[in-house]
Design a protein around this ligand. Structure first.
Ligand code: PLP
Length: 281
């Protein structure tokens, strides 16, 4: 059986399996896990979220969390990865193209690979800019699925404007960013969108909520508006490997005094020391 691949007719077996449901429907889930000093950070939390994503899309993971964990550890060590990420995805498998779930005998396809990546400490210290764009995603943003086209379009808009992120809003309400969660600081207190169906419950976000308790910084898991974002004293975004990045400007609006704020700096520092402890333990 032949297929067209770019400009060549080829044997199907020699090309990627186009009937993997990840390709045709984005029918699958994924995780991106940071690796620091040769060790995956917060791996248990990532795998817990993977299990939840799988349940929410009725995909049965082909192996246990314990198995996945040891395989990922093995992959990092075989690839001698010191600093970077593990990308892992599970699609609902390869099967003739019909929208409904394939026969139960069709096994999900699990793929993971690693990529070396430097830490972005300069950007964490100096800050970056962001753009605003309407959140056009579906209503289950809490599931980490392969359907990322709205996120891709939003991030492209950011990059074309020399920015690190696109902050998304549904009407007046700020949700999150194209690949990170957003926090604002007002009068010394933090505000971030509650972890409901409108945002991905970031592992970094969760960690920051914990460390704010320790730092005695009040965090309000409440929605806030675009106006409140622009009027905030400080804004920062959080994600795996990006960690905590101060946002100094949103579109043409300078945030606070246009330099990384004191509260944000405390969180950047605390996050760094937390991850060092986690790596050591
Ligand atoms: N929100 C979205 C839409 C994301 O894609 C991501 C992950 O990259 C995040 C938030 C941050 O999540 P985490 O801290 O688990 O990386």
């Amino acid at each position: 059986n032949k297929m067209l691949f770019n400009d060549q007719i080829m044997d199907r077996k020699d090309v990627i399996n186009i009937e993997d449901r990840g390709y045709q429907f984005g029918d699958g889930i994924y995780e991106v896990i940071g690796v620091y000093d040769g060790k995956p950070l917060l791996l248990d939390d990532h795998l817990e979220r993977l299990v939840r994503s799988a349940e929410q899309v009725q995909l049965s993971l082909p192996s246990s969390v314990e198995d996945l964990k040891s395989k990922l550890d093995q992959l990092v060590s075989i690839n001698e990865l010191e600093e970077g990420i593990i990308y892992m995805q599970v699609s609902r498998g390869a099967s003739p193209r019909w929208h409904e779930f394939p026969d139960a005998a069709v096994a999900p396809v699990t793929i993971a690979y690693t990529r070396a990546e430097e830490r972005m400490t300069d950007i964490e210290d100096q800050g970056a800019t962001a753009v605003l764009t309407e959140d056009i995603r579906w209503l289950r943003c809490d599931i980490k699925t392969l359907n990322l086209l709205p996120n891709v379009l939003a991030k492209q808009k950011a990059v074309e404007n020399g920015s690190i992120e696109a902050i998304l809003h549904r009407g007046e309400t700020v949700t999150e960013a194209s690949a990170s969660n957003v926090f604002i600081v007002k009068n010394g207190e933090l505000y971030t969108h509650p972890a409901d169906n409108y945002i991905l419950n970031g592992i970094t976000r969760k960690k920051i909520l914990q460390l704010c308790k320790k730092l005695n910084i009040t965090v309000n898991e409440e929605t806030y508006t675009v106006t409140e974002l622009l009027d905030a004293d400080e804004v920062f975004v959080t994600a795996t490997k990006l960690d905590v990045v101060p946002i100094l400007k949103v579109d043409q609006h300078t945030i606070g005094s246009g330099v990384p704020g004191e509260t944000t700096k405390r969180i950047v520092e605390e996050f760094r020391s937390l991850y060092k402890q986690d790596v050591k333990s």
